[in-house]
Each structure stands twice: as structure tokens, then as C-alpha cells.
Design a protein around this ligand. Structure first.
Ligand code: HEC
Ligand code: HEC
Length: 336
């Protein structure tokens, strides 16, 4: 009886030690699970969603945020560079808007400090939506359905660009993708990923990828040099962070991309030069770490990266409030 009790106590102690070691280990991982978005103002989110899908924010009446950040395709457009107003060729690859609220700053070079600061950019960018803030305000102020909503959410009679970008940012804050298989593994479900995928995660940590791609976003938290060990050759004119700071030391420093849902958004890198994830991983190994990864190692890391795909945003497609007789008409073929 006594011996049995002692044995039971020992068994429990061993089990709980093992369990706590496990829990402890998960907490110590350099990647943390994504938390689902907290929605505190549903009316604002709904308004932001409509604006995100509304092509009337563009001069042509044809391009919406969703044109280049397609939420049915991982929040990007899968082009090397985007297509803007009158088929203008963009200068850089469109990053995903999914989980973008986790970014240290917005854009590849971090020139916008947050999502609301970012959202005004594309509306007025001549090779994107090619409108102006005034024109966007003019359009929305003629749409009764928007006026009612802005009045309700912001208490304003006249819609201004600050409220437009604030509402869009609020919607973007909800575009998080929790419950990836890797998150389930982090939370203790050891069967959520395969041994092959787990070995890819080990390689990701052991070879040093984790130094730059870490945290809940598996990236997004710092600017780092593209071509740390070996030089990155590209014809793309962007100099990264140096374009903002004008400092030579910041040449080719780019925001480390978030690797959540990365399998959904080829091609890769700011210039879209890696057309597959395999190619991107091999290139990273060589440029950032000076390592020639073997095909087997690359395949393992790629398999791990695919476990980072989470629940994609689920919502009803927004119904946009109709234009009124006063609403300026779209101008898709303008020569201006
Ligand atoms: C014509 C294509 C196009 C349209 C339309 C467009 N974007 Fe973008 N977006 C891009 C490109 C390209 C970049 C990267 C630009 C850069 O880094 O210099 C970008 C960057 C972003 C980023 C930064 C993400 C990051 O990881 O840094 C966010 C957020 C974003 N866009 C949201 C929006 C919103 C909101 C709208 C609508 C108001 C919009 N975009 C319209 C192409 C587009
Ligand atoms: C020194 C920091 C650093 C290290 C180490 C590093 N990366 Fe990166 N990674 C970056 C930066 C910066 C970019 C963006 C570069 C660009 O677009 O010009 C990037 C881009 C990527 C991309 C493309 C994502 C996209 O959306 O375009 C993938 C995939 C990636 N890294 C995986 C890895 C893997 C796998 C490793 C290890 C073999 C690794 N990285 C090591 C900094 C790093």
C-alpha cells in the first residue's frame, strides 16, 4: 500500500515534469501562436471592409485595395509587380495584407508607420489607384449609404481622408490568420505537424533563419539587409530603408517579410525574383547565411513553411452602398 502510494507519487511527478517541460518548451519557442483578432467596433470594421472592396476610391472606378491584395489569394496579387491605373506597371511586389498589423512599419522600406498612415498612399499613387484624397472624399460624400455610416461611426457630417484610412486600418486589423497547423503544434498538439515538417522547423532554427524570421508573424519585426553574406543582384531600383533614411548604412535593408501564409503569395522577395518557395528558401540560405542548402534540407524547410498557413479571413462579401446622381462617374480610359 505504502509502496504503491510512493510509486504513484513518483509516476505523477515524472509525468507532470515531462508535461511542464513540454509546456515550457512551447513557451520558449522563438515563434508564438497568432491570436485571433479582437473586434471592438464592428460597425467600423464593416465600413472599412466596404472601403477595402470599393473601386470608387480609384480614378478608374475599377481598382480597389482588393485588386492587388486579393483576399481570396492570400492577400496579394501573385505578380512580380502590381498592375495599377491604366495597366501601369508597379515598381515592387505587393506584400500580403494578412497579419500586416504585426509589422513594425508598413511597406518594404517601412516608410509608413502604421496601417492608417499606409492606406492613404495607394489611393493617391498615380501607378496604383491614381485618385487624390480630395477626389476620394468627394466621391464618398455623395454616397448616402456612406454618409450614414461615417456619421454613426465617427459622428461626422463630412467624410474626410483621416476617417477613410482609419476605417480601412480597422478592417485590416481583423485580417489575422490564427490556427495554423504549426500554431496547434506550438500549443501542444504534437500530431498537428509531421516528423518531416518538424525536421524543417529544426533546420529553420539551427541554420539561423530564425534570427530574422521570428515572433508571432515569423517576420515583420525588423529591417535586415537583403544579401547579408552574399550580394543580392537585382535590377529593381529600390534601395530599401535607405530610400527613407538616406543613409548609406541602410542600403538594401528591407522589412523582414512575415512568413505566415507564405505558400499563398508567390513570387517572393521585393522584386518578385523567386518564383517558387523552394527557390526563395535556397536563395535565403545562400544570401543570408552563406549556406548551400541541399535539396532535402530545402524540401524540409519548405514543408515547415507550409504549416504556417492559417485560417483565412471569413466574412460575407460586403454590399457597397449605391452611388447617387451627384457621384462623379468612373473614368477608366482617361488620358490624364
Ligand atoms: C495597384 C496595386 C495596389 C493597390 C490598388 C493597393 N495596393 Fe497596397 N500595396 C501594393 C504594393 C506594390 C505595395 C508595396 C509597396 C512598397 O512597399 O513600396 C503595397 C503595400 C501595402 C501594404 C503594406 C504591407 C506591408 O507588409 O508592408 C498595405 C497594408 C497595403 N498595401 C494596403 C492597401 C490598401 C488598404 C489599399 C487600398 C486603399 C491598397 N493597399 C491598394 C499594391 C497595391
Ligand atoms: C539576416 C536576416 C535574414 C535571415 C537570416 C533569413 N532571412 Fe529570409 N528574409 C529576410 C529579408 C530582409 C527578406 C526580404 C528580402 C527582399 O525581399 O529583398 C526575406 C525574405 C524571405 C522570404 C520571402 C518572403 C516573401 O514574402 O517574399 C522567405 C521565404 C524567407 N525569407 C525564408 C528564409 C529562410 C528559409 C531562411 C533561412 C534559410 C531565411 N529566410 C533567413 C531576412 C532574413
Amino acid at each position: 500500500m505504502r509502496l504503491k502510494t510512493i510509486l504513484t507519487i513518483i509516476a505523477v511527478a515524472i509525468l507532470s515534469a515531462a508535461f511542464s517541460a513540454q509546456v515550457h518548451a512551447a513557451e520558449q519557442e522563438p515563434i508564438q501562436p497568432l491570436k485571433p483578432a479582437k473586434i471592438t467596433n464592428p460597425a467600423k470594421v464593416e465600413l472599412g471592409k466596404q472601403l477595402f472592396f470599393d473601386p470608387r476610391l480609384s480614378r478608374s472606378g475599377w481598382i480597389s485595395c482588393n485588386s492587388c491584395h486579393n483576399l481570396s489569394m492570400g492577400g496579394s496579387d501573385n505578380f512580380k509587380t502590381s498592375i495599377g491605373d491604366r495597366w501601369a506597371q508597379g515598381g515592387i511586389r505587393s506584400p500580403s495584407v494578412l497579419n500586416s498589423s504585426l509589422n513594425i512599419a508598413q511597406f518594404w522600406d517601412g516608410r509608413a508607420k502604421n496601417l492608417s498612415a499606409q492606406a492613404g498612399g495607394p489611393i493617391a499613387n498615380p501607378i496604383e489607384m491614381n485618385s487624390t484624397h480630395e477626389a476620394a472624399e468627394r466621391v464618398l460624400n455623395t454616397i448616402p449609404g456612406y454618409r450614414t455610416q461615417f456619421k454613426k461611426v465617427y459622428g461626422v457630417d463630412k467624410i474626410g481622408i483621416d476617417q477613410i484610412t482609419d476605417a480601412i486600418a480597422e478592417f485590416e486589423n481583423t485580417l489575422v490568420t490564427p490556427n495554423a497547423r504549426f500554431d496547434k503544434w506550438l500549443k501542444g498538439d504534437k500530431k498537428a505537424i509531421t516528423a518531416f515538417e518538424l525536421s524543417g522547423y529544426q533546420l529553420f532554427k539551427d541554420s539561423g533563419c530564425i534570427a530574422c524570421h521570428n515572433g508571432p508573424g515569423v517576420g515583420g519585426s525588423s529591417f535586415q539587409k537583403m544579401g547579408m553574406v552574399n550580394e543580392f543582384k537585382t535590377t529593381n531600383p529600390s534601395k530599401g530603408r535607405a530610400d527613407v533614411t538616406k543613409k548609406d548604412a541602410d542600403r538594401m535593408m528591407f522589412k523582414v517579410p512575415i512568413l505566415r501564409n507564405v505558400e499563398l503569395v508567390p513570387p517572393y522577395f521585393h522584386d518578385g525574383s523567386a518564383s517558387t518557395l523552394t527557390q526563395a528558401v535556397e536563395t535565403m540560405g545562400w544570401l543570408q547565411l552563406g549556406k548551400k542548402l541541399t535539396p532535402d534540407q530545402t524540401a524540409r524547410i519548405v514543408a515547415f513553411l507550409k504549416t504556417l498557413t492559417g485560417d483565412q479571413p471569413q466574412f460575407t462579401l460586403p454590399q457597397l452602398p449605391p452611388s447617387s446622381d451627384e457621384t462623379p462617374r468612373p473614368d477608366p480610359f482617361s488620358k490624364k
